[in-house]
Ligand binder design. Structure first.
Ligand SMILES: Cc1cc2nc3c(=O)[nH]c(=O)nc-3n(C[C@H](O)[C@H](O)[C@H](O)COP(=O)(O)OP(=O)(O)OC[C@H]3O[C@@H](n4cnc5c(N)ncnc54)[C@H](O)[C@@H]3O)c2cc1C
Length: 326
C-alpha cells in the first residue's frame, strides 16, 4: 500500500480523462490518471471511428485511445492500474482509495468516469458489437447508409436515434416491448409522421443473429410480449437505445446528481458543487456523449484545475487578495 500525491488527480482514462491529463501535464500539474476497469474508456469496445477530427481515413477506437494515452504519458502523466472504490471530497487535498489499497491525493480532482450504455444482455449482442450492433446512432449511423436499420427502446433517446437514422436510411424500424412510448409527445409526433419509420409494438429482442466474421448482423429474433409469438426482422444495423448508466456511485451523497444520475456542473463549465473538484466527459453530459465533446470538457477541466491550484498556492503563500481578485 502506498500514497501517491499529485496536483491533479484524474479518475478515468477515456477521452475526457486523458485530454485533461495532456493539458494538466503541460501545465506542470504532474497528473495521475487512475484508469479503472476499462483503460481507454468506451472507445476501446468499438471498431471504426470516423468522426474524431484530424483523421481523414477511418481509424480504430482502441488505436485512438492508445495514442491518446501515449501522448498523455509523453508529456508527463502517471498512469495507474487501479480502480477507485472510495473518495473523500473534504479537501483539498482530495483523497481517493484504490481497489489495490493505494491512496491517491490530489490538490484538485477531475472526475472522468463516463457513462456506460445499457445493453439488453441477450445472445449475439456482444459478439456482433461493431458488426451491426451499436449503442450510438450519432457514432455509427453513417456506416449504414442506404441500409435497413432497427432501433430498440421507447424513450427520448430511442426516438431521437430513429429520427437521426432517417438521414442515412430509408427503412428504420423502432422496436418497443410495450404498446406506448415514454418519449416526449413532440418527439412521438415527429416519429409517427415520418415516412421512413415503422414502429413494431410489443416486441422484445431475444437474439441478434448473424456471423461476426462474415457479414455481421443479418436479423433480429423477436418475441411478441403479449401473444408470445416468435418472428424475425431482417436488418443490417441494430441500435440499442435503452439508456446510459453514469458511473457516479462513488459520489452519491457527496456531489449533486440529476434524475439520471449524471453529475451536475455549473452550466458551461466543468465545476462541481465543490471548489477544486471538476467533472468532464459523459459523466456530466447526458446530451452529447461523444469522444470529441468528452475531450473538450476534459481540456476545460484541466484549465480550471490549473487555475484552482494557482489560486490555492497563492493563498498558501499568504497572498489572499490575489485569490479574492480571481
Ligand atoms: C460502442 C460505442 C461506439 C462509440 N463510437 C463513437 C464514435 O464513433 N465517435 C464518438 O465520438 N463517440 C463514440 N462513442 C461514444 C464515446 O465512446 C464516449 O462519448 C466517450 O468515450 C466518453 O468519454 P469519457 O472519457 O467521458 O468516458 P469513457 O470513455 O466512458 O471512460 C470512462 C473511464 O472511467 C473509468 N472509470 C470508471 N469508474 C472508475 C473508477 N471507479 N475508478 C477508476 N476509473 C474509473 C473507466 O475505466 C474508463 O477508463 C461510442 C460509444 C460506444 C459505447
Amino acid at each position: 500500500m502506498a500514497t501517491h500525491t499529485t496536483r491533479m488527480l484524474i479518475i478515468g482514462s477515456g477521452p475526457a480523462g486523458l485530454s485533461a491529463a495532456i493539458y494538466g501535464a503541460r501545465a506542470m500539474m504532474k497528473p495521475i490518471v487512475v484508469q479503472g476497469l476499462q483503460p481507454g474508456g468506451q472507445l476501446t469496445i468499438t471498431t471504426d471511428v470516423e468522426n474524431y477530427p484530424g483523421f481523414k481515413d477511418v481509424i480504430q477506437g482502441p488505436w485512438l485511445m492508445q495514442e491518446m494515452q501515449a501522448q498523455a504519458e509523453h508529456v508527463g502523466t502517471r498512469m495507474m492500474w487501479d480502480t477507485i472504490v472510495e473518495v473523500d471530497l473534504s479537501g483539498p487535498p482530495f483523497r481517493a482509495i484504490g481497489d489495490s489499497g493505494d491512496v491517491y491525493e490530489g490538490d484538485t480532482l477531475v472526475i472522468a468516469t463516463g457513462a456506460q450504455a445499457k445493453w439488453l444482455g441477450v445472445p449475439g449482442e456482444m459478439e456482433l458489437g461493431g458488426k451491426g450492433v451499436s449503442a450510438c446512432a450519432t457514432c455509427d449511423g453513417f456506416f449504414y447508409r442506404g441500409k435497413k436499420v432497427a432501433v430498440i427502446g421507447g424513450g427520448n433517446t430511442a426516438v431521437e436515434e430513429a429520427l437521426y437514422l432517417t438521414n442515412h436510411s430509408d427503412d428504420v424500424t423502432l422496436i418497443h416491448r410495450r404498446d406506448s412510448l415514454r418519449a416526449e409527445r413532440i418527439l412521438q409526433d415527429r416519429l409517427f409522421a415520418h415516412p421512413k419509420i415503422t414502429v413494431l409494438w410489443n416486441k422484445a429482442v431475444e437474439r441478434f443473429a448473424g456471423d461476426p466474421l462474415a457479414g455481421g448482423l443479418t436479423h433480429l429474433e423477436l418475441r411478441d410480449t403479449v401473444t408470445g409469438e416468435a418472428s424475425d426482422l431482417n436488418c443490417d444495423g441494430a441500435f440499442v437505445a435503452i439508456g446510459h448508466a453514469p458511473a457516479t456511485e462513488l459520489f452519491k451523497g457527496k456531489l449533486p446528481t440529476d434524475d439520471g444520475g449524471y453529475l451536475i456542473v455549473e452550466p458551461g463549465t466543468p465545476k462541481t458543487a465543490i471548489p477544486g473538484v471538476f467533472a468532464c466527459g459523459d459523466v456530466m453530459d447526458h446530451t452529447y456523449r461523444q469522444a470529441v465533446t468528452a475531450a473538450g470538457t476534459g481540456c476545460m477541466a484541466a484549465l480550471d484545475a490549473e487555475r484552482f491550484v494557482s489560486g490555492l498556492s497563492i493563498a498558501l503563500d499568504g497572498h489572499a487578495e490575489a485569490v479574492a481578485a480571481e
